[in-house]
Design a protein around this ligand. Structure first.
Ligand code: FES
Length: 219
């Protein structure tokens, strides 16, 4: 894992909005007295969402104060989990899966598109619209290769469909999450390949089960 440090350029301060402060209080109430530190991840996540997708150092301090934790403990959490961005990200933050199934299915081609359209990892485009990062498996291997952009998955990508997706997002066009090749969810490409004619009739089930049931007494 690469070294993760807070960004050299930081805002002066961070404060939860009134709505988020109330939400944080409600989260803390979920845990037994004295165990409020258990709310550290949800609070950091909400701080990141409030701060345009990245977590500034003052937000880490603010969360530490709210939870009565040492700042270093909160910093440890923020720097350990890659879900927390420690530097600014684009309006559309692309997490590109480079793990084996996606790699075998063309993740390298997608990375090249990122380099061409966006630049190197963690760079934000001049218009502030895009940035990208390579991540490990996002659990959508059946639809490899895939990326996560903000909260949505875009799957079954090719270099062409991915480049179009990035350009559409940049131009504010509507895009559709999920498989980009017409596949339904993670069903077989081109439609179902089994259970096509209802062949699992009750008759065949009965005959199978009667053969498989041994007689009592073992004879
Ligand atoms: S390997 Fe890419 S989603 Fe699992």
């Amino acid at each position: 894992m690469s070294v993760r440090r807070v960004d050299p350029v930081q805002p002066e301060s961070f404060k939860f909005t009134a709505a988020n402060a109330k939400w944080a209080k409600d989260q803390i109430k979920k845990y037994p007295k004295g165990k409020q530190a258990s709310a550290v991840i949800p609070l950091l996540w909400r701080a990141q969402e409030q701060h345009d997708g990245w977590l500034p150092e003052p937000a880490i301090r603010a969360v530490a104060e709210i939870l009565d934790m040492a700042v270093i403990r909160v910093l440890e959490v923020a720097t350990f989990y890659t879900m927390f961005n420690l530097s600014p990200v684009g309006k559309y933050f692309v997490q590109l899966c480079g793990t084996t199934p996606c790699w075998l299915r063309g993740a390298d081609d997608l990375k090249e598109v990122c380099r061409q359209v966006i630049g190197e990892q963690n760079q934000v485009t001049e218009d502030g619209m895009l940035s990208w990062l390579e991540v490990e498996c996002l659990g959508s291997c059946t639809n490899a290769p895939m990326v996560q952009i903000n909260k949505d998955y875009y799957e079954d990508l090719t270099a062409q469909s991915f480049e179009k997706l990035l350009n559409d997002l940049r131009q504010g066009k509507e895009v559709k999450p999920g498989p980009q090749n017409g596949r339904q969810f993670s069903c077989p490409e081109g439609g179902p390949t089994t259970l096509l004619n209802g062949s699992t009739s009750s008759k065949s089930k009965r005959s199978t089960s009667s053969k498989a049931t041994p007689k009592r007494g073992g004879k």
